[in-house]
Design a protein around this ligand. Structure first.
Ligand code: URA
Length: 433
């Protein structure tokens, strides 16, 4: 077998066999097949797609490229959550401690930023001292003692996905249903959770821009989960504007903390409660959605979820005094972008918002780039809000001037203001079980 022939076959639109997919994935993991051939293959998949059978083979090959974790020694059902990626999506920072406070052990492996979207691990690493790379033993010890641990995908868990994920981030091959489905499900399967709640984002800031594509992705992942015996629920949620108001690593931690203290933006809180209630159902801790939702609301409003967050951060070495005193370091240099017209915010180019945060340094340009945790954006208006000319639309937190002019120009263009009133957007479109 040769990688060239498999790339050619996919490029021509044919289905690949289990052996061909295993050959590519095993060859890539062991370093025998180089980045450039896998990039070409990923681009062929991007254009030609993959049927359910091929996607299942790919998921299995990536899950089996490393260790399959056994979480049974935790002695309770472990329910994982994963988002397909969005802008300002800080739900895991809230949900982890929230469901842990409800008695569900959280043993979660999360990712770094991908394309124009941020990643939970980069956000957690913006807390000074927080360590996302700990041994499996420490990980399980933390889950047993604190009820929660969130770590970076280790080298042992679905290493083929880890490599392919980083490659796709830099080769414009992220937005592919089979590649996203297999990437997410392979690491969730290898991560050992009994049940999985997926947050499938749709809109102009998501990898799946329209609802039909999001539904197709959600259904594909739920089918994969069912076929491997992991109960899976997918919530399709809106990403036509950033979630909450803050985008950028430290800024997002700050907003997640507000939510954990029972305040914060309504959309973030509502999405966390919806995803969390479904996690409680899968863990058999809540008889129905309403009961789960109400229990989690109490945990947010009583401060118990916030207390759990502090325990979790402390257990992984993070400085909780900075969190308690609202003293996480943010860029001192700020500039406010103001509206040029009066009217209502009718749409926001969400992908542009994500890309502007990346240009400021909140994401990576290449595999070696270092993130600037202090930079980002704070929206002052969201869709449906009334705005007068000269009023603030978005505040830019920056440290370097080199791309500032470009960011300002793109941000001005990212807010569409119209005279007609615009209804607020729906947040949750569908739940697929
Ligand atoms: N999240 C993942 O883990 N993988 C993808 O491909 C996209 C989002």
């Amino acid at each position: 077998m040769r990688a060239y022939d498999i790339i050619y076959k996919k490029r021509q639109g044919y289905s690949l066999s289990r052996e061909e997919i295993e050959f590519l994935i095993n060859g890539y993991s062991s370093g025998k097949i180089p980045d450039y051939q896998i990039s070409a293959w990923a681009m062929a998949v991007f254009f030609q797609g993959m049927d359910d059978q091929e996607t299942a083979y790919l998921t299995e090959a990536m899950a089996r490229s490393g260790e399959i974790v056994d979480l049974s020694e935790i002695g309770a059902k472990v329910i994982d959550k994963h988002s397909t990626g969005g802008v300002g999506d800080k739900t895991s920072l809230v949900l982890g401690p929230l469901v842990s406070a409800a008695g569900i052990p959280v043993a979660k492996m999360s990712g770094r930023g991908l394309g124009h979207t941020g990643g939970t691990i980069d956000k957690l690493e913006s807390i000074p001292g927080f360590c996302t790379e700990i041994s499996s033993k420490e990980f399980l010890d933390n889950v047993r003692s604190t009820g929660i641990s969130i770590i970076a995908q280790t080298a042992d868990i679905a290493p083929a996905d880890k490599k392919l994920y980083a490659l796709r981030d830099l080769t414009a091959t992220v937005e592919s249903i089979p590649l996203i489905a297999s990437s997410i499900m392979s690491k969730k399967i290898a991560g050992g959770a009994d049940g999985i709640v997926l947050d499938v984002k749709t809109g102009n800031g998501a990898f799946m821009e329209n609802l039909e594509e999001a539904r197709e992705l959600a259904e594909k992942m739920v089918r994969i989960g069912r076929n491997v015996g992991r109960k899976t629920i997918a919530v399709i949620s809106d990403m036509n504007q950033p979630l909450g108001y803050k985008v950028g690593n430290t800024l997002e931690v700050e907003e997640a903390v507000e939510c954990l203290r029972g305040k914060g933006p309504e959309d973030l809180r509502e999405l966390c409660l919806t995803l969390g209630a479904n996690m409680l159902i899968l863990a058999e801790k809540a008889a129905d959605f309403r009961t789960g939702y109400e229990e989690l609301t109490d945990l947010l409003d009583s401060g118990k979820a916030y207390e759990k967050f502090l325990d979790f951060v402390a257990a992984q070495g993070g400085d909780i005094e900075l969190i308690k005193n609202d003293d996480l370091s943010k860029a001192d240099k700020r500039i406010m972008i103001e509206a040029e017209d009066s009217g209502f915010v009718s749409s926001i180019k969400t992908r542009e918002i994500g890309l502007c945060a990346m240009l400021l340094g909140a994401g990576r340009d290449n595999k070696e780039s270092k993130i600037d945790y202090e930079v980002g954006l704070e929206l002052k208006k969201k869709i449906g809000d009334r705005v007068n000319a000269g009023e603030p639309l978005v505040e830019v937190y920056y440290n370097k001037e080199d791309r500032l002019d470009e960011v300002i120009r793109r941000l001005k263009d990212a807010f569409i203001i119209k005279k007609e009133k615009q209804e607020p957007l729906i947040l949750i479109y569908e739940i697929i079980e």
